[in-house]
Write a protein that binds this ligand. Structure first.
Ligand code: NA7
Length: 539
């Protein structure tokens, strides 16, 4: 087996960038199943990827724990026991460290190593990968496993550098934690992250001011410790859980009800929503099959959820601001929460509307909006990420003839199956744009992508092929397919969502993930292979 410290001069079979869920499994597949010489480069000082960086208060996965894990190994699945319905960040880190230990992955991962460039040596058919430390590694295959939500989006607000207090982005949280006690804290952002962090910060901060630009739906998570009976059921049902997560559109362990909103009476619908609210979690969206395709159907869920907000939040003005939601339910990533709306009933919490009165600047003492001054000691930016393309473009990848990926994607991402880009031979992107990734319970697409890439590389080696890249025509076809899949849903109706890149100023507005469902995507990928890797040029 190769050592971790591979000499720079040595040519590798593959370099993998990132040691989160994707990179770890990709390493295992290429090293242990194909016997390749592989090096993983990871910017962080430990495994975990997105979870390594997102340590903000309340950080927790929205997928239910029994489905948020690898399923490739029954032994691994049965050896691990989650403690709660939704795993908290530290528990996910324990899981991923357990996986790293169990499969002896660390010896091929170089931590604290940030990739700053990756160029083609076309004559040698190799990728030259440069690190911030000045090293260059050469490899036949380059696989990005950098996650979709790993490039923090810190808004460019005038005066931020002058702020005399401390500020943090939730995706770059200090490992030592932040003490909010006695502090006046401002949270900017009410996406999934803000909605998780706000109730926890409110418990210790002296005052919490929430700056809301776009009001958001949220359904209670109803997190709780798992019972011994449920844990036993999980251990005994690896095959069934795997089968369900692989056959549902979003890779979750629940099935979308096969009924339309219009199949039931208004009373029955209310009762079904009430039951789904009581059950909690992302499965609220699975109450009816047409919530994401029929605007009128969606309205019934939206109205139910807005009524819930008005029922929970005592101050009528605050309730109205929170319920003034401008997009269909689940057209943006639907958050789930632990006491989010009730937090606004606390005397130390207030809501500030920065849609009608936007943030104008930050001063040494706080945030100034068009409506007034808000003195703060700490600002927390829960402002999301330059999603999907951001982490890839940050790698400085240049394809054939020195074409930067940023240039190839100037008008938005173009690739085939979310996995490969023409002009960038032997580059694979795990959970790239055009893959179902972020619309799913992530480990499910990750396992599928990684296994597909592994099989493709095995096929190449078996056939003595050296280069693989998609044809332009295949890319055009896939881009059209991604657009059509999105257009068949209500997802593009949330004009400000990060799915569209709309949260980052200047970013092309293109619906990035594939919305046709994980099961259909898997079938498409399998059909491509069955037809002799149709759409790929292999030479
Ligand atoms: P999101 O979902 O992108 O949410 C970011 C929030 O920050 C959202 O409410 C934004 O409002 C707000 N935001 C962003 N920039 C600004 C500025 N400049 N001023 C005021 N408010 C701003 O990120 P999350 O981290 O919550 O969630 C990301 C994903 O992680 C989530 O979807 C899950 O998949 C896990 P906006 O809506 O743009 O008006």
């Amino acid at each position: 087996m190769p050592d971790a410290n591979i000499a720079a001069a040595e040519t590798l079979d593959a370099v993998i960038i990132g040691a989160g869920f994707s990179g770890m499994y990709q390493l295992l597949c290429l090293r242990d199943r194909l016997g390749l010489k592989v090096q993983v480069l990871e910017a962080g000082d430990g495994v975990g990827g997105t979870w390594y960086w997102n340590r903000y208060p309340g950080a927790r996965c929205d997928s239910e724990s029994h489905s948020y894990n690898y399923t490739f190994s029954k032994e691994l699945f049965e050896a691990w026991e989650w403690s709660e319905r939704y795993p908290q960040q530290p528990e996910i880190m324990r899981y991923l460290n357990h996986v790293a230990d169990r499969f002896d992955l660390r010896r091929n991962i170089r931590f604290g190593t940030r990739v700053v460039a990756a160029r083609r040596d076309e004559a040698a058919n190799l990728w030259e990968v440069s690190t911030a430390g000045g090293e260059t590694l050469r490899a036949r295959y380059l696989i990005t496993a950098v996650g979709c939500l790993s490039t923090a989006n810190v808004p460019r607000i005038a005066g931020l550098e002058s702020f005399a207090g401390a500020w943090y982005h939730t995706g770059q949280w200090p490992h030592a934690g932040v003490d909010f006690s006695g502090k006046r804290v401002g949270v900017v952002g009410t996406g999934s992250t803000g909605i998780q962090a706000i109730p926890v910060i409110a418990e210790t901060a002296a005052e919490l001011t929430v700056f809301q630009r776009t009001a958001n739906y949220s359904v209670p998570a109803h997190n709780a410790p798992l019972t011994p009976e449920f844990k036993a059921w999980v251990k005994g049902n690896h095959a069934e859980i795997r089968q369900v997560t692989r056959s549902t559109p979003n890779g979750h362990a629940f099935v979308i009800a096969n009924r339309s909103v219009w199949d039931v009476s208004a009373e029955e619908r209310e009762a079904l929503y009430e039951a789904a609210w009581d059950k909690g979690g992302l499965q609220f969206r699975a109450t009816f099959r047409d919530l994401l395709v029929d605007k009128q159907a969606n309205n019934t869920a939206a109205e139910f959820l807005k009524r819930k907000i008005r029922g929970i939040v005592q101050d009528p003005k605050t309730a109205e601001l929170l319920a003034d939601i401008d997009h269909p339910y689940a057209a943006k990533r639907p958050p789930i929460d632990d006491n989010y709306f009730a937090t606004f009933n606390r005397p130390n919490v207030r809501l500030v509307d920065v849609r009608s009165a936007p943030i104008e600047r930050i001063t040494p003492t706080g945030i100034v909006t068009a409506a007034g001054d808000y003195p703060l000691d700490i600002i927390v930016f829960a402002t999301g990420f330059d999603a999907m393309t951001g982490p890839l473009l940050a790698l400085g990848i240049e394809g054939r003839d020195g074409l930067p990926l940023a240039e190839a994607w100037a008008a938005g991402p173009r690739n085939y199956l979310g996995l490969q880009v023409a002009g960038f031979p032997n580059l694979f992107t795990v959970t790239g744009p055009g893959s179902p990734s972020v619309l799913c319970n992530m480990p499910v697409p990750i396992e599928q992508h990684v296994e597909w890439i592994t099989d493709c590389i095995a096929h190449m080696r078996a056939k003595g092929l050296a280069r693989v890249e998609p044809t332009e025509a295949a890319m055009d076809g896939w881009v059209a397919e991604v657009n059509a899949a999105a257009a068949a849903t209500l997802l593009p109706e949330a004009g400000h969502s990060w799915y569209l890149g709309a949260n980052v100023p200047g970013k092309p507005r293109v619906f990035m993930p594939y919305a046709g469902g994980m099961a259909r995507y898997r079938e498409t990928c399998e059909a491509v292979v069955a037809k002799g890797y149709v759409g790929f040029a292999m030479t």
